[in-house]
Design a protein around this ligand. Structure first.
Ligand SMILES: NC(=O)C1=CN([C@@H]2O[C@H](COP(=O)(O)OP(=O)(O)OC[C@H]3O[C@@H](n4cnc5c(N)ncnc54)[C@H](OP(=O)(O)O)[C@@H]3O)[C@@H](O)[C@H]2O)C=CC1
Ligand SMILES: O=C(O)[C@@H]1CCC=N1
Length: 258
C-alpha cells in the first residue's frame, strides 16, 4: 500500500518506522515543514518531503498526525488535488463527522488512535468509522494490525481510547520511572533498576495478554500470605495508588472533552 503520513512528528515518525519494520509491501511517505530532523528515515526506505501533495494522488491511505489547529491548513492544501481517498486521522478530539464535513463526500474519514509504540509493532490502535465507510476502512485496519492490536470501537469511546491507549503510554512509563526510583533507594544503580522495572512490566503485560485473565488472579499468584508483596500493595493502596491512576485518567478525559 502507498501510505502518505502528513505530520512527521512524534506519532507520524513512530508509525513510519513501525510500518517500515513490521508491515510488508508498503511505500511510505512522511511530510513535515522542517524535515532536517527526520531525513534519516530515508535510510529505512521512507520518502521524506516538505510537500504535503508529493505523489498524494497515488496514496491508498492518507494519515494525519498533525495537531488539531493544523488540520484546516493542511486540508486546504491537499483537498484540491485528491479525490476518493481514505483519510485516517489520529488528531485528538477531531470527530469523524467534523472531518468528513471538512473533506467532503468524495473522500472517506476514518478515525485512528495509535500510540508511539507503533514504532515497535506494539501499539493498541483503536479505530472508528461510519458504517458506510466499512469497506474502505479495511486497509487502515490491516495496516495498524501490523503495528500491534487494532480494535474497532464505537466512536463515542474514541476520547476514552485516546486517554487509555495513547496517554496511557506515558502513564505506564511513569509507573516504570517510579519503580526505578524506588529501585535506586533500595540499592540498585538506575540502569539496573530501570532494566528490571521495564522487564517486569513487560512480563506482567505478557501474562495478561497470554492468559486473558483478570489481573487480580495473577496478583494472587504473587502475594504470599504475610509476605512482602501484599504488605507493599496494601501500603501503596493506602496512599492512593489505584485511585490516583483512575483519577488521572478521568482528568485526562475531561481535558479532551473540554
Ligand atoms: N504523541 C502521541 O503519543 C500521540 C499523538 N496523537 C495526536 O497526533 C497528533 C500529532 O501529535 P504529535 O506527533 O505528538 O505532535 P508533533 O508536534 O510531534 O507532530 C506534529 C508534526 O506536524 C508537522 N506539521 C505541522 N504543520 C504541518 C503542515 N502544515 N504540513 C505538514 N506537517 C506539519 C510538524 O512539523 P513541522 O513543524 O516541521 O511542519 C510536526 O512534526 C496530535 O493531534 C495528537 O493529539 C495521538 C495519539 C498519540
Ligand atoms: O497528550 C495529548 O494531548 C496527545 C493525545 C494523546 C497523546 N498525546
Amino acid at each position: 500500500m502507498k501510505v502518505h503520513i502528513i505530520g512527521g512528528g512524534n506519532l507520524g515518525v513512530a508509525i513510519a518506522k513501525g510500518l517500515s519494520k513490521f508491515s510488508e509491501g508498503n511505500q511510505i511517505t512522511v511530510t513535515r515543514r522542517n524535515t532536517a530532523s527526520i531525513l534519516y528515515l530515508e535510510e529505512l526506505g521512507v520518502t521524506v518531503s516538505t510537500d504535503n501533495k508529493h505523489q498524494i494522488q497515488d496514496a491508498d491511505i492518507i494519515i494525519l498526525t498533525i495537531k488539531p489547529y493544523q488540520v484546516d491548513t493542511v486540508l486546504a492544501e491537499i483537498l484540491p488535488v485528491i479525490s476518493n481517498k481514505v483519510i485516517a486521522s489520529a488528531v485528538s478530539g477531531l470527530s469523524i463527522e467534523n472531518l468528513q464535513n471538512k473533506i467532503g463526500d468524495g473522500n472517506s474519514a476514518v478515525r485512528i488512535m495509535p500510540n508511539i509504540a507503533s514504532q515497535f509493532g506494539a501499539s493498541a490502535t483503536c479505530i472508528a468509522f461510519h458504517e458506510k465507510n466499512k469497506e474502505k476502512a479495511q486497509n487502515t485496519v490491516a495496516l495498524f494490525q501490523d503495528l500491534g492490536t487494532a480494535p474497532i470501537i464505537d466512536e463515542k469511546l474514541m476520547d476514552a481510547a485516546t486517554v487509555l491507549a495513547a496517554s496511557g503510554t506515558a502513564f505506564a512509563l511513569r509507573y516504570i520511572r517510579a519503580s526505578m526510583q524506588a529501585g535506586i533507594e533500595i540499592g540498585f544503580d538506575w540502569q539496573t533498576a530501570l532494566a528490571i522495572s521495564a522487564q517486569t512490566v513487560k512480563g506482567a503485560a505478557e501474562m495478561i495478554m497470554e492468559e486473558q485473565v483478570h489481573p487480580e488472579q495473577l496478583i494472587d499468584r504473587v502475594t504470599t500470605p504475610q509476605g512482602c508483596t501484599i504488605a507493599g500493595l496494601n501500603e501503596m493502596e493506602m496512599h492512593g495508588f489505584s485511585s490516583s491512576l483512575i483519577r488521572g485518567i478521568k482528568t485526562s478525559l475531561k481535558q479532551i472533552k473540554g
